[in-house]
Design a protein. Structure first.
Length: 211
């Protein structure tokens, strides 16, 4: 069996990268699986909630990237995995897992996935979703208050103390590794159509080789 094609989708917080990754997955259904780096935040069962809330979740050390890499290697080799589940409201990993099937195309998504060379080298196509910093902040406020139960003050404080400086230190420099840069995220239908057509060509080529 030929190894799966891995497509990395990176970008700043609230840039629209999850929308891009999800739209790609929905387009191909059974032929594509999605693996999110955010699911691999380290577990902190030994910490009370107040301490977990103070962790810098925008630094590479906040992630169990080693396990993420191992799971991606398995998927690429055709072996299914059980991905962890992370709760943003609890600031901790849950006891649940999600079964991820090995498919022809694997999409990996996360704001720091281009920062790690070993992880980056597993990707066949690297996409960076670009968006204006002010627009990303507004999206993040709306998302975190509405969907993750955060207060406006906590979202802004986190953005100033960790999100913005970590973006400048790790995320923005990783853009140079991208093969494709998509401005305006999930709203950029032209760029998304181009990427979808590329995936279709990959899937069609693999099906032809297997016949």
């Amino acid at each position: 069996m030929k190894q799966a094609i891995v497509i990395g989708v990176a970008g700043g917080s609230a840039s629209g990268k999850t929308t891009v990754a999800t739209r790609l997955k929905e387009e191909f259904i059974n032929e594509v699986e999605l693996l999110s780096h955010d699911s691999y935040y380290l577990a902190h069962d030994d910490m009370p909630f107040e301490e977990r809330a103070k962790i810098n979740y925008d630094h590479p050390n906040a992630f169990d990237t080693e396990r993420f890499i191992e799971d991606l290697k398995k998927l690429k080799a055709g072996i299914p995995v059980d991905s962890p589940v992370y709760s943003y409201s609890l600031h901790n990993r849950t006891s649940e897992t999600v079964h991820v099937n090995a498919t022809k195309v694997i999409i990996v998504e996360g704001f720091l996935i281009f920062e790690n060379k070993e992880l980056r080298d597993l990707m066949d196509i690297k996409i960076f979703v670009d968006a204006d910093a002010d627009e990303r902040l507004v999206r993040r406020i709306l998302r975190d208050v509405k969907e993750r139960g955060r207060t406006l003050e906590s979202v802004i404080t986190q953005y100033i103390e960790t999100v913005k400086p970590m973006h400048e230190q790790f995320v923005e420099p990783s853009k140079k590794y991208a093969d494709i840069i998509i401005p305006r995220g999930g709203e950029n239908d032209v760029a998304l159509t181009m990427v979808m057509n590329r995936i279709k060509a990959i899937v069609a080529e693999e099906e032809k080789e297997m016949d």
